[in-house]
Design a protein around this ligand. Structure first.
Ligand code: NAI
Length: 333
């Protein structure tokens, strides 16, 4: 199958070419983001491969369909960037990688939490400047603290187990609680309880209409003063402007983000020689208690290998029986 791989980086090429060592597919790597204006670059392919910030809206999908594309291979787990209704109407199959390494993202969330709490980002900069003063670097023990987990699927479940091993009291909210986690010691509760009692709140739910701006001004005001918030799910699960207000009034004790609502124009590229145009993002960067990474939670060797292999397995299943291995169906949400 000839596959046009949009938004591709050097590492995508490396791992997809390794997974395609037998040469079963022709991979056409494109740096361009997939959107209505770039869809024609897929001419001559039977499938496109897309990532988190590609824009698979009705216009893009119609343009792809007109070129003869029949399969969209998402090389990620989330699928909020796809208009599934439009895909279904056009008869376009959409596939994803439902699980590659939940540990990769959960461990990154823990890394962010530890760094934020113990101010590692500031300590590192100070030591390099020859400043060994500790004032301003005070953290708290995670052992014995209360950690709230929103969404206990594959990633949230891993995160909860790591925090249990730290000796934290883990509260969780999920419309579909996991009995195995409850048996392991996670206490399921409603969101207001998580907001009121958590010293740390970590978000691991998908972005859906129900979770868009789940953490808004009201939620932030209901949170324990000084609590830390970690978001490695999707940027729009939080209302960024409300976060800035909560940081300014010192309600929020610290914020760690791996995802950002308007990340599509920023992340995965080097903008270091440009003038930053996003004033909200620029404001976030000014806080000493905000730590941001550019959507790298998935970025481990094991995860990239699994993503590449499952993406090509989806293509092969589609070739063999007309349906990918892991289809994304139009759901109620
Ligand atoms: P999953 O499908 O295994 O788990 C999601 C969980 O969220 C489910 O248990 C579901 O019941 C729960 N949920 C649904 N609606 C909810 C709500 N309103 N409130 C609370 N919980 C709710 O998904 P997985 O693999 O754990 O991934 C979670 C999310 O993490 C993805 O949807 C994606 O947005 C994000 N992600 C981020 C990555 C990164 O690199 N930063 C990489 C991969 C995923």
């Amino acid at each position: 199958m000839r596959i046009s791989v949009f938004s591709s980086q050097r590492y995508d090429r490396e791992f997809l070419e390794a997974a395609n060592a037998a040469g079963r597919h022709v991979l056409h790597f494109l740096e361009a983001r997939l959107e209505p204006g770039t869809a024609t670059l897929a001419a001559g392919s039977e499938a496109v491969c897309a990532f988190v910030n590609d824009r698979l809206d009705a216009d893009t999908l119609a343009a792809l369909h007109a070129l003869g594309i029949r399969l969209v291979l998402l090389r990620c787990a989330g699928f909020n960037q796809v208009d599934l209704g439009a895909a279904a109407r056009l008869g376009l199959a959409v596939a994803r990688v439902p699980e590659y390494s939940p540990h990769a993202v959960a461990e990154h969330a823990v890394a962010l939490l530890l760094a934020l709490n113990r101010k590692i980002h500031r300590a590192h900069a100070r030591v390099r400047e020859g400043n060994f003063a500790l004032d301003g670097l005070l953290g708290f023990d995670l052992h014995g603290s209360t950690v709230g987990v929103v969404g206990t699927g594959k990633i949230g479940g891993c995160f909860a187990r790591i925090l249990l091993a730290f000796g934290a009291r883990v509260l969780a909210f999920d419309p579909a609680p996991d009995p195995a986690l409850a048996a392991a010691g996670v206490h399921y509760a409603e969101l207001p309880t998580l907001f009121a009692e958590s010293d740390v709140l970590s978000l691991h739910c998908p972005l859906t209409p129900a979770t868009r701006h789940l953490i808004d001004d009201a939620a932030l005001r209901a949170m324990k003063p000084g609590a830390l918030l970690v978001n490695t799910s999707r940027g729009a699960v939080v209302d960024t402007r409300a976060l800035i207000a909560a940081l300014k009034r010192r309600q929020l004790g610290g914020l760690a983000l791996d995802v950002y609502e308007e990340e599509a124009d920023l992340f995965f590229r080097d903008h270091s020689a440009e003038v930053l145009q996003d004033d909200v993002f620029a404001r976030l960067l000014t806080f000493p208690n905000v730590l941001i990474t550019g959507h790298q939670g998935f970025f481990t060797v094991q995860a990239l290998k699994a993503i590449a292999e499952t993406t090509l397995a989806n293509a092969e299943a589609f070739e063999a029986r007309g349906a990918p291995l892991h289809p994304v169906a139009l759901g109620p949400g």
